[in-house]
Design a protein around this ligand. Sequence first.
Ligand code: PLP
Length: 282
Amino acid sequence: MPDLAFLNGQIIRIEDAFVSIEDRGYQFGDAVYEFIESFDFHIFCLDEHLRRLQCSMEQIDFPTISFSDLKNQIINLFTLSEYKRAGCYLQVSRGVEPRAHSYTNKVSPQVTMTIKNLAHLDPGVNTKGIGIRTCEDYRWGMCHVKTVQLLPAALEQHKAKKAGLADTVFISKEGYVREGTCTNIFMIKNNILITHPLDNHILPGITRDVIINRICKKEKIAVQEQYYDINEFYNGDEAFLCSTVMKIQPIIEVDGKKIGTGAPGPLTKKIQAFYDQLIYHL
Ligand code: PLP
């Protein structure tokens, strides 16, 4: 099977899938999205992704859709692809109507998906660690909503890549460490995982939630969801980024400064191993 697209109920080849120039996602960034992966034919955290999608849609006043139908359509797309290891990008826009800032909510939201083979991605954990940079958080005030308005994230990830780094982490005006361009972030001090609490300044990451509520709870690893600033971060023992796509990436350098010993730390390695077991059902 080739990579496939889903466009409002139809499954077609990606090259044949087009949306209207008057789609509000295209003209206003008036759309939300999810990225969902499968491992060994199992879709990971599908219900969690659907719940977050529903929250995102509610937060920005979208008309509702049938999430049970959508769930079946997602499962069907994964099944049809026959990919053992796949990634599904799902986008819901407010729909297509003549361009005007205000909206009617009288047209149906437009649901599009693509499914691609991820077999080429290295399934192994990152044992070397990554370097990151930071910048002031200049994004909007609703970062808990997973919208497609990703220009600050795109610009800052590009700067990181150009500098040979894995990501940029946004720091608030007051100095609090928020999250990466497409990742959440944890620091570790005295064997306690510390991460920004859920509020309007960060995305409630599915991976973040799996780490806190499935791995750390079960393994009795202490977690504190609290604000911490960049100086505390520089002085942490360990740190890591996490996301659906990046899994768990040990941070060994921030803004040119070494974190801890400058190598992936023991607790980060433990969390990497537990996460790997979870996604591959070992
Ligand atoms: N934070 C931001 C800003 C993101 O865009 C993402 C993923 O796209 C994440 C965190 C990680 O979320 P998840 O673990 O659900 O992939």
